[in-house]
Design a protein around this ligand. Structure first.
Ligand code: L06
Ligand code: ZN
Length: 419
């Protein structure tokens, strides 16, 4: 008996803490309609086991805001009791998170390399794909390691370029700023495949690449993404440790020098929107910011891919002031989302971040815009909450196909309006 216990202990220690399970956890949706109801929702912030999915901090909850939050299994009865007593209408978006997490991997195909454009790939698989794809397409692609993360993982920039003797204007796109938004890196991989496969046959892609270069970071927050595969599927931030705090990680979309930490961000290291000890404290953010600064004369558009909510956002998010070319950005977003909708009727909303989603400072889109990149957009991909961050693999293809239409529209617009 003693031997068995010891064996169990050794096995547990060797296996490590293992991946977190979410059995019985639920995701609720509600919409407070009055200030009184807002107060009730905000009072839930006091419960340590509540994880807000949308918006991403309780300060951003106002009357008419749609609020999605995850509740631990043990707190479900208590939260339901509070909500019922308050009379606040709510729906249960996800009945059992663990079931949903398992259902997400609904593509059972196997590929020889382990990589698939219609499956979620872990970081090692993505990195092998990056190196292999660039090597196989060296006429059109090159690879730079722009730095390493807090935990020492490489951060790559893929350059897609039809070589000419002159330096061309460029579009910069990144994926995977937030770790749990898995559809984002899936889109960057899809985008690379489509671009190299259709150069020469698709007139828009051909025109874009004949006039511009494209820089792509397939995953920025490599440590966070890796952690969502190994430990906690719902991790959002980086993995850096914060001196003097038991909590880890900085929100990498609150860490850029754009009204840093002034609104919609937190100075508390335990918050999901922790802005970090200082601007660009995160190695992965600094590596990308340094790269963009280095190429700032050439970069004409900045695109960053997130999920979920189905939105096309543009500056500003750290202020309610309108961007200098607001009307132009609004027209571009309107047309891009119309193109996107034309394929599967997926409806997107669009507008400045502060009024369309919520005010939040320190984002990469605002930072790039203030650096002089006048076409700067954040995409919040599918869906609107049915699956949230756990979008099933069966939706990767349609999501990427429709998003391609929007990105191609923007890239083409920029290539015809070079400045
Ligand atoms: S998950 C993406 C969202 C929205 C970002 C909009 N842009 C800025 N706040 N700068 C987030 O980062 O919370
Ligand atoms: Zn995000």
């Amino acid at each position: 008996m003693k031997f068995l216990c010891l064996l169990g202990l050794i096995t547990a220690v060797l296996a490590g803490p293992g991946i977190q399970r979410f059995d019985g956890e639920k995701v609720f949706r509600l919409k407070p309609l009055s200030e009184g109801e807002v107060d009730i929702v905000r009072s839930l912030a006091g419960l340590p086991t509540i994880d807000l999915w949308k918006p991403d901090s309780f300060d951003q909850v106002h009357a008419d805001t749609t609020v999605d939050f995850r509740v631990s299994a043990e707190d479900v009865p208590m939260v339901q009791k509070i909500l019922k007593k308050s009379g606040l209408k709510y729906e249960v978006l996800i009945e059992d998170l663990q079931v949903m997490i398992e259902q997400q991997l609904d593509n059972k195909e196997r590929s020889a390399t382990g990589h698939s454009y219609t499956k979620y790939n872990d970081l090692d698989t993505i990195n092998q794909w990056v190196v292999g794809t660039v090597a196989r397409n060296s006429n059109l692609m090159s690879l730079t390691e722009i730095g390493t993360s807090y935990e020492g993982r490489p951060i790559y920039v893929i350059k897609i370029s039809k070589e000419t003797s002159q330096t061309k204007p460029a579009i910069f796109m990144d994926c995977g700023i937030h770790a749990r938004e898995w559809i984002s890196p899936a889109f960057c991989q899809w985008f690379v495949k489509e671009t190299i496969n259709t150069y020469g046959s698709d007139p828009t892609i051909t025109h874009i690449l004949d006039t511009m270069d494209i820089f792509i970071v397939p995953v920025i927050n490599v440590d966070g993404y890796s952690y969502t595969w190994s430990n906690d599927r719902l991790w959002r931030k980086t993995r850096s440790s914060i001196p003097g705090s038991r909590c880890r990680g900085v929100d990498p979309n609150r860490n850029w020098n754009a009204g840093w930490c002034s609104i919609g961000a937190s100075k508390n290291p335990c918050s999901e929107t922790y802005c970090g000890p200082h601007v660009e404290s995160e190695k992965s953010v600094k590596a990308v910011a340094d790269f963009i600064r280095l190429h700032r004369q050439n970069i004409k558009a900045y695109l960053t891919i997130h999920s979920y909510s189905q939105m096309c956002l543009f500056p500003y998010s750290y202020t309610y002031d309108l961007a200098a070319n607001h009307d132009e950005l609004n027209e571009i977003a309107k047309e891009a989302t119309t193109r996107l909708r034309s394929l599967y009727n997926t409806v997107y909303t669009y507008g400045p971040g502060a009024t369309t989603i919520y005010a939040a400072a320190g984002g990469s889109d605002d930072w790039a815009y203030d650096l002089g990149v006048k076409y700067s957009f954040t995409f919040e991909l599918r869906d609107t909450g049915r699956y949230g961050f756990l979008l099933p693999e069966s939706q990767i293809k349609p999501t990427c196909e429709e998003t391609m239409l929007a990105i191609k529209y923007i890239a083409n617009y920029v290539s015809n309006n070079l400045y």
